[in-house]
Design a protein around this ligand. Sequence first.
Ligand code: XMP
Length: 514
Amino acid sequence: MKREMVIVLDFGGQYNQLVARRVRESNVYCEIYSYKTSIEKLKAMAPKGIILTGGPNSCYGPGAPTYTDELFELGIPVLGLCYGAQLMQYILGGEVTKAQVPEYGKTEMIVDNDSLLFKDVSPKTICWMSHFDYISNTAPGFEITAHTVDCPVAAAEDRKKRLYALQFHPEVLHTPEGTKMISNFVHHVCCCSSEWTMDSFVESSICAIRDRIGDGKVLCALSGGVDSSVAAVLLSKAVGNQLTCVFVDHGLLRKNEGDEVEQVFGPAGHYKLNFVRVNAQERFYERLKGVEEPEKKRKIIGEEFIRVFEEEAKKVGAVDFLVQGTIYPDVVESGLGGESAVIKSHHNVGGLPDHVDFKEIIEPLRDLFKDEVRKAGLEMGIPEELVYRQPFPGPGLGIRVIGEVTAEKVKIVQEADAIYREEIADAGLDRDIGQYFAALTNMKSVGVMGDERTYDYAVALRAVNTVDFMTAEVAQIPWEVLQKVSSRIVNEVGHVNRVMYDVTSKPPGTIEFE
Ligand code: XMP
């Protein structure tokens, strides 16, 4: 059976992935495509509905992203959001002009009639506005369905043609009833059923993987991160011990992490897979000796990782499939020319191994967002600590020890980080903060302990909240928690006499220190 799908056409808005996630949270499958995607390709995919995202441009400006008017004649429901709404009106003969009063932030909206989009939505509701242009005249056939004090057309629709325009952003949480509106669109306008759920994903993936692999052999590089763990378990459920997982411990993992991964996936765990742990710590420390430059460290760690993996793979012999933990945000086309792709390229540690003998790549999580990967993991009984593990970079503590990496420095940062994580969990904050960790600055400073002068390292604590990892806000951790972490680190971890909290957002900082 063909999967029902809604397509999000990306016009460069910062919330494009959120739009798709909201659709999926309504249990309808959704994919994002650039506005440059041809109408033929769109038609061939036969979506049940199309959503046009926001974007930074003025639709009447020179070179602004646009789309052919045929889009509105396909008989497929279309929902335009912010820029998408203005573009729809502009293309269909409405008027878009610079607003006298640009709106930004939470705004009260009054619903004017019984639009399907506003089914079960309060007559007065809050919406998140962010626009300097506005729809001054709707296109022929459209009726206004909601307004605000400064915006006469907060929502409009051509009910017959099933075209809907919302000037605000229903996809962000600042529009409290926005998810309901998106769900109304996909269910009541597009008539999608709610078939996209993680238990059905797991079940159908297992079948599909089994079919594809037959009695072939599969190799997986398991890092212990969420994506590779969920991919490995999905594969093991499908093909059992035809799967071999190689876990390279590069000595740059967090405290006890190597053992924890082994406990879950190794012989004592309950998955039927061949698990190989390679303890390559010394090799990595050796290669990192004297290297201070962050990109050089990344490159060395990436290369060494591939080398170790290849050596191990050779022992397994020729395999038919290599598993990759690629997830949907890694494959999304970007609306305005792939800026995000460039920033991310350095995050791919090592890339693909050249000397592993495999025929095909299998990417079982290619269709999933991170939160869906987590749900699939829980569905398959992977422990919560692993499923909710915070993001951890491939080069690991190698980029959290500033300057040269040594076994001693890694140990210091491991101990400090473990204390930090313990206290954050104790304070009940571990699920609220996007990413938090300790890093070892390369700075030594003078302190006093007991009656003695000390000259030791400073540890830096970082905690940020982020939606897309492109920007991040500093998390406001309660002072008492920070104080407790700080005194514990100084008291319990040797060679540390100072703890600092990093209050830089991204930009201008990055999340990691290197
Ligand atoms: P930055 O430091 O670029 O981090 O603001 C954004 C996100 O990416 C992670 N990160 C990496 N992940 N290899 C990875 O696999 C890397 O080299 C790398 N550098 C940063 C970082 O942890 C954060 O989640």
